[in-house]
Design a protein. Structure first.
Length: 59
């Protein structure tokens, strides 16, 4: 039986709330990934910077 309640404002609001929550979770994960990527990149950059200088000095 198809109910007409499926498009009620209450149901629409819950669907909207769920989509907003999903979008915020996705945004948070993207932000977390970018922060992790930046920290890994800066770590590799500092390691290569400190590793290249002694090699250039001939130590």
């Amino acid at each position: 039986m198809v109910s007409t309640k499926s498009l009620s404002p209450d149901r629409l609001f819950s669907v909207w709330l769920f989509s907003v929550w999903l979008f915020s979770v996705w945004l948070f994960s993207v932000w977390l990934f970018s922060v992790w990527l930046f920290s890994v990149f800066s770590l590799f950059y500092s390691m290569s910077k400190y590793a290249v200088i002694p090699a250039q000095a001939g130590i």
